[in-house]
Design a protein around this ligand. Structure first.
Ligand code: C2E
Ligand code: CA
Ligand code: CA
Length: 575
């Protein structure tokens, strides 16, 4: 179980700074894992435990969607084999647990997000009040100081900040921790880690005493420096510089010198704010500092915070949106340039969110890719597209091409080829009517397994197109080794072509590209066709197909049905 906990901890801590660091996370995950294993083998199975675990992860500060995606992947693949769980229903139970975990995580995330300002503080205010009474009851040293360094702890920090915020002046908080402290613990042992923390605490205390700062040790390798009566954010620049200087000199133990760096997050505020919000802002800022360069610091930025809250909100809304059928497809015509006939469409994902309104695929696709939702979303969209192509097929268009985008994230998924085959089987669409678009970058960076999956798909008779060709670095000749039959030229190649006046480099590049692609036996589609002139030039170059606003915008299925009419194959003539 130890090894699995370690891997899980790494997965969770890799993406974003988590309050309390790896030590706290490890304890949290160990407890969660223990409960899940008990549930998997219990006589009475209760899947709702998964919900609680998902919920607890978020409330304990594990909010990065990637950490969550990684958690689901890790547990689904490794929990049963690694722990040798032999219960006959283990796999079904695990699936149910993880299903509830997704819901728990999503709901808790939504709470966190809606909080932006409000909900968190309300919940926390309540616990804050409880904590205050508790503290008053047992004003003992142990409750107020860190055991390792003897410095004031988190509770004292909260009380201190609350007092100052009740007053009249401004204040600043600098939260600091060591970079890669876990690796010090792992490679040199916990004792050395503790010694390092004590030595650093002594330096920080000296600094605080000299300057009249309040210093607290929040556990792990995290310290807070509070500065009273600041006059504005600039005051904290000097403070954070002093704080980070405390690690400039290496630390010496037993004849060895240990060099470390630290990162800091800084918040400077007026009074009148709630202490929970202020400390939360400091934590968020430290997280930003950690995710950019190590050994540096970052100041709180309201706009950045709002943007990340919104991203979080979208991410949290996605699984539900998928469930509710909020994702749909728009279809953009693919026009054969020789006779201007509609011969196929590209399916483009659309999301009209009940809460957020229309969200562009350029925003939600990357989010889905980062959170592990691209697998289910991609499968859903592919299935809808194939169903639609099946409908048009039955209405007399048996050669109409349905071109669907395949994300890099889907490529990495085991069993992609089998999924494609199953969808074709279920929807009754012949493989030759399906085309899958993979970006040039995905192909160029594809590892063997991913390219094998594409080869297996191509073997079924599905056509593969390389999307946005010309935006990456692959060379045309290398396409010969891949199972690609179609090249979609990026819109950039159409800029300036055929325009009178100064000649454009595309006047030379585009004909050469079309010719080379044809020489390799591939079909060319020009993307981003916006003018009649571009259509003429492309037709003169024998470019096979065109796609773009001039030839037809992405539209709902009924518009395409209307364009197709009920005539036989070959499509209808376009502008
Ligand atoms: P893409 O695959 O290159 O899709 C073409 C994009 O260019 C579409 O934007 C389309 O509306 C737009 N476009 C088409 N003709 C013109 C034109 O003449 N001028 C201009 N300026 N734009 C044109 P959209 O629908 O916003 O999609 C953006 C990107 O999101 C897509 O780029 C694709 O990378 C991704 N995407 C969309 N749907 C899916 C999907 O179902 N799965 C995956 N994996 N990615 C998708
Ligand atoms: Ca595409
Ligand atoms: Ca494209």
């Amino acid at each position: 179980m130890g090894a699995l906990i370690e891997t899980w901890t790494r997965v969770v801590c890799r993406h974003r700074y988590v309050p309390g660091g790896a030590v706290r996370v490890r304890a949290l995950l160990a407890d969660a894992l223990h409960r899940m294993v008990t549930a998997l083998t219990a006589t009475q199975f209760d899947a709702k435990l998964g919900y609680r675990v998902g919920f607890e992860l978020v409330t304990s500060g594990v909010t990065a969607p990637q950490a969550f995606g990684g958690t689901v992947t890790l547990l689904s693949q490794q929990l049963i084999p690694q722990l040798g769980i032999g219960h006959p229903e283990a796999h079904t139970r695990l699936a149910a647990l993880l299903g509830h975990l997704v819901i728990g995580f999503t709901e808790a995330s939504r709470n966190v997000v809606q909080a932006g300002a409000e909900a968190i503080s309300r919940a926390e205010r309540a616990s804050w009040r409880e904590e205050q009474t508790l503290l008053n009851r047992r004003l003992q040293h142990a409750a107020l100081h860190d055991r390792l360094t003897g410095l004031p702890n988190q509770s004292q920090l909260r009380t201190k900040v609350a007092e100052l915020l009740d007053g009249t002046g401004r204040l600043g908080v600098c939260l600091v921790n060591l970079d890669r402290f876990t690796s010090v613990n792992d490679s040199l042992g916990r004792d050395t880690g503790d010694q390092l923390l004590r030595a650093w605490a002594r330096r920080l205390r000296l600094l605080a005493d000299r300057n009249g700062f309040f210093l607290a040790h929040l556990g792990g390798d995290e310290f807070a420096v509070v500065v009273e009566d600041t006059t504005g954010p600039d005051d904290m620049v000097k403070v954070v510089d002093l704080v980070l200087r405390t690690v400039h000199e290496p630390f010496g133990f037993g004849g060895h010198l240990l060099s470390v760096t630290a990162s800091a997050g800084v918040v400077e505020r007026d009074t009148g704010q709630h202490p929970v919000e202020l400390l939360q802002a400091a934590h968020i800022t430290l997280g930003w500092a950690k995710s950019s360069s190590r050994g540096g610091w970052t100041a709180f930025d309201t706009e950045r915070h709002a943007a990340s809250l919104e991203q979080h909100a979208l991410t949290a809304a996605m699984p539900r949106a998928l469930h509710r059928g909020e994702f749909t497809l728009a279809y953009q015509p693919l026009i054969r340039l020789a006779d201007r006939r509609l011969v196929g469409v590209e399916a483009l994902a659309r999301w009209h969110s009940r809460e957020h309104g229309p969200v562009s695929p350029d925003r939600f696709i990357p989010l889905a890719e980062h959170t592990g939702l691209m697998g289910p979303l991609g499968r859903y969209l592919l299935e809808r597209a194939c169903e639609q192509a099946g409908v048009w097929r039955r209405r007399g268009h048996p050669e109409f091409v349905m071109s669907v985008n395949l994300s890099v994230a889907q490529l990495g998924f085991d069993g992609l080829a089998a999924t494609v085959a199953a969808i074709l089987e279920r929807t009754g669409l012949p493989a030759c009517q399906l085309q899958l678009e993979v970006t040039e970058t995905a192909l160029a960076n594809g590892v063997d397994g991913e390219l094998d999956a594409l080869r297996a798909i191509a073997m079924q008779g599905v056509r593969l197109a390389i999307d946005d060709f010309g935006t990456g670095y692959s060379c045309l000749a290398s396409l010969a080794d891949l199972p690609v039959q179609v090249v979609k030229l990026a819109p950039g190649f159409l800029v300036g072509i055929g325009e009178s006046g100064a000649s454009h480099s595309n006047d030379v590049i585009l004909p050469a590209l079309v010719k080379l692609t044809h020489d390799l036996g591939l079909t060319v589609i020009a993307e981003g066709v916006e003018t009649a002139r571009q259509v003429r030039v492309l037709a003169d170059l024998n470019c096979d197909l065109g796609q773009g606003f001039y030839l037809g915008r992405p539209r709902a299925n009924r518009h395409i049905s209307r364009m197709l009419g009920n005539v036989g194959n070959g499509g209808t003539r376009q502008p």
